[in-house]
Design a protein. Sequence first.
Length: 686
Amino acid sequence: MSGTSEAGLGRPRRNIGIFAHVDAGKTTTTEQILYRSGRIREPGSVDEGTAQTDWLDVERERGISVRAAVTRFEWRGVSVNLVDTPGHVDFLSEVERSLRVMDGAVLIVSAAEGVQAQTEVVWHALREMGIPTLLYVNKLDRIGADPAAALVQIRRLLSPGAVPVQAPIGTEAAFGGSIELLPEQGEAGMSGGLSVSVSATDSDSSPWYEPFRRLLHEAVAERDEGLLQRYFELGELTDAETAAAFEANVRASELYPVLFGASGLGIGVERLMDAMVRWLPAPAGDPDAPVSGLVFKLERDPAMGRIAYVRLFGGTIRNRDTVRNDSLDAPDKVTQIRKIDGRRSEDVGVLEAGDIAAVYGLSRARIGDILGAPEGVPGERRLAVPLLTVQARWGSEAEYPAVVAAFQELADEDPLLDLQWLQDERELHLKVMGPIQIEVLTHVMHSRFGLDVTFGEPSVIYKETLAGAGEGYVAYLAPKPCWAILRFRMEPGERGTGVRYESAVRPEHLLESYQNEVARRVPEALQQGLKGWEVTDLKVTLVEGEHHVWHTHPLDFVVATPMGIMNGLDRIGTKLLEPILRFKLSVPEEFGGKLMNELMLMRGSFDSPVLEQGRMELEGTLPVATSLDFPARLGSMTKGRGVLSVSFDGYRDCPPDVDARRPRRGVNPLDQAKYILATRNALSSQ
């Protein structure tokens, strides 16, 4: 094992996220990394609730990760910030936020289960963001482990650029490590470990690993004309030229090393750590540049208050510095900068470009806020889409204020909860990903806040879109003083395009400051359509606008915009959209007919079934509304032998007989007299 010491400023560094589908061994791998780097004395256990990165009570009791955990270790002289992300689809929002602050990634695949739904979702996000990635095939000691089949599946479903840099020795109980297919050289200075190296001359005496080695050489040769010519002439490449070309392609995110191991036994973990510091890139960023950072995670300390986890892309922040929150356009004071490992923390006093730390004192910070200059901060990649809404319920009226405050705190830490507090109705509604998240919220409210909260039955989140094209108009001229005239052209858009807004009005007809107010209010006005759901997939163009030199007040357009938009929706009409899941289903062949009939009853559609080794494989789409209890029913329908994986596939038109409506929150802008009075009163009280 390598000894550990605190990384100093200027020390080589990596920011790496570990991602996987649930139960692929992600947290166990993290524990082994911390142990083998000397960071902890013995590896914790997920099953026993002793994992270093699963320190929340609910994580220890359930044996799953529900929050991204930031930890750190040192290996081969490199300081690594490691983010262990949740693997369950209900907590995909944590994965989404972690992706923005990573320079490299490790994606873990189980050798027994292979590529699963969340594996594909995360992989495509990593590729879109251009994050160099290692693939680690874990659990080779498990019954049913098949590394060759897992590799074929990885190359088919993820990328043909995924190539092995090791060949596993045995499987299941006979798994004994891996043979290295590349020489042990490079910046990591690797040595030791369970693996042994081979060279080109070993292939005759050890032909069993030749398919893995051939894949590696072919992948490297295909990306370089000179090497391809040599490969055709000689049938192989030298170790030195293979290693040099491979490393360049990995750093360019064109090839992805595949390694093998059994983290539960500690086999292959040190080689994975070697690969992390050898092939994943160091962060960029100038400590002397202007401050540029991102808040990607929030926690609350009982004594110190809000803790903002910040990745700094440029500049340096020190204790007692004042930093500007660009998202809020307001300054905030840093009281302390700490490095945190689970329940342990250490005051480091400084955070510089390329590093991650917990920053105290940013009392107004929210997840996703940009500190300092926005230049250099990566864009957001949306993975998590809550498809269900639930209403919270509490025991007594006396608890109501505490419940509201607790959920507001949780919504700060996870904005996708999208807390809706209906003060007049004294109701709280949240958006959730699935039933496990609801269970966790119940547990957190009890353990953290001492509140016993239950939730109503989850209902599907529908959306609305335009039934055609048309116009919306408003002339807000009374009661004086006011004057705001707006005309919108409203047209349907393609599915998934969201809301697009533009103005065709010249500034001399409507001042730019007034137009900016309209632009801000259009998305807000579309949060509730005629049926109470968010309106999406449309283009709104301001085609006419008028103000009055004396009578117009800037807030007149705050009042007028929702009335003009709702007038257009009322004239044109809206239709419902429902969320759709893409599914993959594998069942024993004898249950296939019954399952296909069940899918059709749920309004599902699917491709022709594929029969393989006594099992039927089906792929297709299902409405969320008809399939809420399908995962639970699948077990009894297939005697526990069915395997289902699902991912969000977008929204599509509802059948005509579906009429899902949601009560409107607040006053409807179509009732203009009542709406004007309510809005003006609200604005005057601010």
